[in-house]
Every structure is written in C-alpha cells, then in structure tokens.
Design a protein around this ligand. Structure first.
Ligand SMILES: Cc1ncc(COP(=O)(O)O)c(C=O)c1O
Length: 352
C-alpha cells in the first residue's frame, strides 16, 4: 500500500484545546452560547430526524439569498465553511495547479488545496497583515485560487475595502479569489470591505461566512459561500447529497432571525475588546488591533510552556505555534469575569 504523496504531506489540524475546569476561549466560539431561537428550532426539528435533510438546503439558501441580495444559485451551503473550501478546491483546482495563501493564517485552505494534489504557495504576513502585493507577485499561469482571511485568524488584522478592491482589479480574471469572512460580523471599522458590493463587481470573487461564530453554532457545522452561479454550481457538484443535516439547517435558519442574540454577542465583543485592549496596553503587552472576536498578543516566552499554567488557573487560550507564531497567543473574548481572570493569570505567570 502506498499513501498518496499529497495526503502524506498533510499536517493534522491542531484544534483549540482545553482542560477540565478551564473556560475554553481557544476556538473563537460564542461565549454567550448558541442562539436560543436556534435551540428551540432544533427541539422542534428533532421529531423529523428519521427523514433525510433537504439536500438543497432550500429554505436556508432562500433566506441567505434574500439577505445578500443575490439569486439562490449564488449560494452554497455546506458542513461548515471548512467544507466550503474543500468543495471549491475539489471543483476548481487540480494536480499541477496551485493556490496562493498566507502561512500565518487559518490552516484549512492549505488542507483543501493539498487534498486534491495541488500546491499551496504561501508567503508570510507583512507586519501582521495580509501581504496582498506579495501574493500578486507569486501568481503564475497555473494559479487557480487565492485565499484571503479577512479579518485574519489569528491576528485579527484586516485589509480595507479599497485594498481588497485594488487586489481584485490586479488579479487575473480566471483566478478565483476566496474571501473568508468568518469574523466579518464583528468588524467595526468603517473602511472594512463591503463584500456585497464587491460581489456585484467581481465575478471571480467568492465570499465565505459561517454560523460557528456570531450565531454560536460551531458544533452543528454550517457555513456558506456567495459567488457567481457558475462558480457556486461547480462547487456544488462536488458535494455529497446530504451534507448539511436537518438540525443544522433548522438551527441556522432560526439563528438568522435571532437579532437579539446577535446584537448581544456584538455588544459583548465590542465592549470587551475595548476593555481588554486597554488592559494589555497598560501592561505593555503587544497585541494586534483586531476586527474579530479574539485578540492576538505576544508574551516574551514560548506560549507552549505557559499554556498549562494558564489553563490550570481557569482559562484555556490558543497557543499559536501551529500558525508559526510560537510566542503569540490568541484569546477569544469571554465575559468580563473571564477576561478579568485571564488578566490576573497573565500577571501571575509573567511576573518574576
Ligand atoms: C478564518 C476561519 N474560517 C473558517 C473557519 C471555520 O468555520 P466553520 O466552523 O464554518 O467550518 C474558522 C474557524 O475557526 C476560521 O477561523
């Protein structure tokens, strides 16, 4: 038996960890829990789980299409945005071809591309942000796709509307640009990209979103993409027939209608971002300005040696070694109590 070389070269995904007794704030999940309306919808849907789901996720897609002001054919719904990336790569990249990305970012773009035997070409962040010029510089005639994580996981940094539009103007028209906006719901800068407008202007743009973060449904696995129908239908052909289950469809639909939960989440993140950033600054701890529900900060030592002492005191953070940033940590904003506790812990573990 011989394992295929592309599979052999793949590294296992390193998830955010926790330990018993610690509050898990290492995976950018919603500290307020799931949308209560989603939970209610799941209860109502339970009696129907002997049936296969609607393989076309029709109601969910229709609602999303309305929200994004696009035809239903422009929406792809999948088992998390992780699966969206895999379906896009399955349909649009082959062996001998390549995709362009960044090293210090979400790892599932790399996974999706390598799964189909293609090459993932990566460069480093430029001062913590996407190096769009650098990415343009390594595109060649075999490039089929570019991945941009905006805001970036794990730094929380972002590129503006103008910067992304300028990039799209320069990218060859036959290269698909995947703009992963998993955390865009949390962005508050006025020059953050308006992807609805960009989608109307660029036919090679695909925007991805998830129900795992602001809607609090990470465990159900629902993500989606918006793009021109040709790109979307290609990806859909690669999909398994019932990839989004009954409960996930019902919950996602209900969460879209739960403004109260969405607003409460946003309020918490924005308030805690201001609080936590000021506290880190007071302590002289470097951190990137963030547009997400997490913050990336640097300590003077490798986080791997501190992770356990920090978690055993009650808060599980994310060690960014697997992202190539061993002295940096990522912390998902929790409640004020959680955030205060982490600050106390940091004072303890970094003193002396
Ligand atoms: C940037 C980014 N994109 C996508 C995802 C995955 O989203 P989903 O849960 O929809 O697969 C994550 C999850 O952490 C993420 O950080």
């Amino acid at each position: 038996m011989k394992l295929k070389a592309n599979i052999a070269s793949m590294e296992a995904y390193v998830p955010g960890k926790t330990i018993p007794g610690a509050v898990k704030l290492s995976s950018n999940e919603n500290p307020l829990g799931p949308s209560p309306k989603a939970v209610e919808a799941i209860r109502d849907a339970l009696a129907g789980i002997h049936r296969y789901p609607d393989g076309a996720s029709t109601t969910l897609k229709t609602t999303l299409a309305r929200q994004w002001d696009v035809p239903i054919e422009s929406i792809l719904v999948a088992n998390g945005s992780d699966e969206v990336f895999t379906l896009l790569a399955a349909a649009w990249i082959g062996p001998e071809e390549n995709a362009i990305g960044i090293r210090e970012t979400f790892s599932q773009y790399r996974y999706a591309v390598r799964l189909f035997g293609a090459e993932m070409r990566e460069i480093s962040l430029d001062a913590g942000s996407y190096d769009l010029e650098g990415m343009l510089g390594i595109i060649d005639r075999d490039t089929r796709m570019v991945f941009i994580c905006n805001p970036n996981n794990p730094t929380g940094t972002y590129r503006t509307h103008e910067e992304i539009a300028d990039f799209l103007n320069k990218v060859p028209r036959d290269v698909i640009v995947v703009l992963d906006e998993a955390y865009a719901d949390f962005a508050d800068e006025t020059d953050f990209p308006d992807s609805r407008t960009l989608l109307k202007q660029y036919r090679n743009l695909v925007v991805t979103r998830t129900f795992s973060k602001i809607y609090g449904l990470a465990g159900l696995r629902v993500g989606y993409a918006i793009g021109n129908p040709e790109l979307i239908s290609g990806a859909e052909r690669a999909s398994m027939p019932f990839n989004v289950n009954n409960l996930a469809q019902a919950a996602a639909l209900a969460a879209l209608g739960d403004e109260e939960h969405r607003k409460a989440t946003l309020k918490l993140v924005r308030t805690e971002k201001a609080f936590f950033s000021a506290e880190l600054t007071d302590r002289g701890i470097f951190h990137y300005p963030t547009q997400a529900n997490f913050v990336c900060f640097r300590l003077d030592t490798e986080i791997s040696g501190l992770w356990e002492p920090i978690a055993s005191r009650g808060i599980a953070i994310r060690d960014l070694k697997s992202f190539g940033l061993p002295r940096m940590a990522r912390y998902t904003y929790g409640t004020r109590e959680n955030n205060r506790r982490l600050l106390e812990i940091l004072d303890e573990v970094t003193s002396g």
